[in-house]
Design a binder for this molecule. Structure first.
Ligand SMILES: Cc1cc2nc3c(=O)[nH]c(=O)nc-3n(C[C@H](O)[C@H](O)[C@H](O)COP(=O)(O)O)c2cc1C
Length: 404
């Protein structure tokens, strides 16, 4: 099975799983753990020009839980900032890693001045970095929080300067705070990037309601979690269609299925971050094996057999089939009369029957699926429309338009 892929133009990897830039990749010992877990490359924790970004506040991590009824979510809320190292120490880590490891070592920098956008990549190239990721995305960068309107100009300017400074592959990392990531990818390509990296952490804010002030240190934090997968996939296929550059995607990957979804939406390589903090480095090996198993079951010999396939199947609004073909039906044997479907049905189609299982009136059901999803005992399933079905709950003209 051939898992070879491009991280960037000019940098091939044996497989697509990479450790994303974060504290989990800061020094040789951590990069070694990435190699031992089977990752094909490591993006080092970003070297910031701003000295303030080289010191973290403490504590810096919270896993915020939201549990409201059946709705659950976890956010990894983080104050971790840039690498603690200065440029010389950072380059020393690159040298040590190049000597000690077989996997590819990718430097990362976030600068303010033109001089540093040129100097930091050059120092990293001299130290032996295989590529550089320009961190044009960090939630702590003042230029991002203060002046998002100037972001395109900033991206183009910084990328061009770094491009002139080095000849090794350059990837440009994006913030998720953008109205048009595909446009930004084209801009990065024009400015000389060899790959695009969507996305970094979302900037976020949580509030301590006792103190009536921001949680932890009074500032914004980065946040992410399994929930961010859908946002990333939603843009990924569009970025894939907008640019010929390799895409190294990052966001919401926690298990094999997520990795496969990124690839199906057009990623060439896929980066792991939050999952490494929460579940440990070894998840990478299991994910990679899961990818191999899935490819074998599908009969795929290489990544190119399916990369971007699902992205190419995304329908436009007018193409989506809207005719109703199903209604909810209840299994009276399983129903415990808990009343969930009665409460959530937007059309009142689920009726409480005194001392018996709930009944669903087919003609009042729009087939929306909410009761199926929320029934705690899986007593409801979708069934084909009954013969002669004519819905009662919607106005005729609306129904007629939709059913053509
Ligand atoms: C604690 C933490 C620190 C991070 N530090 C950096 C960084 O220094 N440079 C960078 O480019 N991205 C950084 N990131 C962003 C990650 O590399 C990654 O793009 C993002 O977290 C989305 O992936 P995930 O959903 O797998 O976490 C950091 C993320 C976290 C959670």
């Amino acid at each position: 099975m051939d898992l070879r892929c491009l991280y960037a133009r000019g940098l091939e990897l044996p497989h697509p799983l990479i450790a994303a830039s974060a504290g989990t990749t800061e020094v040789l010992e951590k990069m070694r753990r990435c190699e031992e877990a089977g990752m094909s490359a490591v993006v080092m924790k970003t070297l910031f020009e701003e000295p303030a970004a080289r010191k973290d506040p403490a504590p810096m991590f919270r896993t915020l839980q939201r549990r409201i009824g059946p709705a659950r979510g976890t956010t990894f809320y983080t104050y971790e900032q840039g690498s603690h190292l200065d440029p010389q120490q950072f380059c020393e880590e690159i040298r040590k890693a190049r000597e000690a490891l077989d996997i590819k070592v990718i430097g990362s920098c976030a600068c303010v001045s033109d001089e540093a956008w040129s100097e930091y990549p050059r120092l990293m190239e001299q130290a032996g970095a295989d590529a550089i990721e320009l961190n044009l995305s960090c939630p702590y960068s003042a230029h991002l929080t203060d002046n998002l309107a100037a972001l395109p100009e900033f991206i183009e300017h910084a990328t061009r300067i770094a491009r002139e400074a080095v000849s090794i592959p350059l990837a440009a990392k994006m913030t998720p705070q953008m109205s048009s990531p595909p446009q930004m990818a084209r801009l990065m390509e024009r400015a000389g990037a060899d790959a695009v990296v969507p996305f970094s952490r979302f900037p976020g804010l949580d509030i301590d309601i006792e103190a009536e002030a921001p949680l932890m240190h009074g500032g914004m934090a980065g946040h992410g979690g399994p929930w961010s997968l859908y946002y990333v996939l939603g843009w990924l296929w569009q970025i894939d269609q907008a640019t010929d550059l390799p895409i190294s995607s990052s966001g919401g990957v926690w298990q094999t299925d997520d990795l496969i979804k990124h690839l199906l939406c057009g990623a060439d390589t896929v980066q792991l971050c939050t999952v490494l903090y929460i579940q440990g480095y070894q998840v990478a090996a299991a994910m990679l094996q899961g990818l191999r198993d899935w490819m074998e079951a599908k009969g795929y010999a290489s990544l190119e057999d399916f990369r971007g396939k699902a992205g190419g199947r995304v329908l436009g609004m007018r193409q989506v089939e809207r005719r109703q073909t199903v209604v909810a039906a209840i299994d009276p044997e399983r129903c415990t009369s808990c009343g969930t479907c009665v409460r959530v049905c937007p059309h009142g189609a689920a009726k409480d029957v005194h001392e018996g299982p709930v009944s669903i009136v087919a003609e009042e059901c729009s087939g929306c699926g909410l009761c199926v999803d929320l029934c705690p005992v899986t007593a409801i399933a979708m069934q084909p429309l009954p013969d002669g079905y004519r819905p009662r709950h919607r106005i005729a003209s609306y129904y007629d338009v939709l059913s053509g």
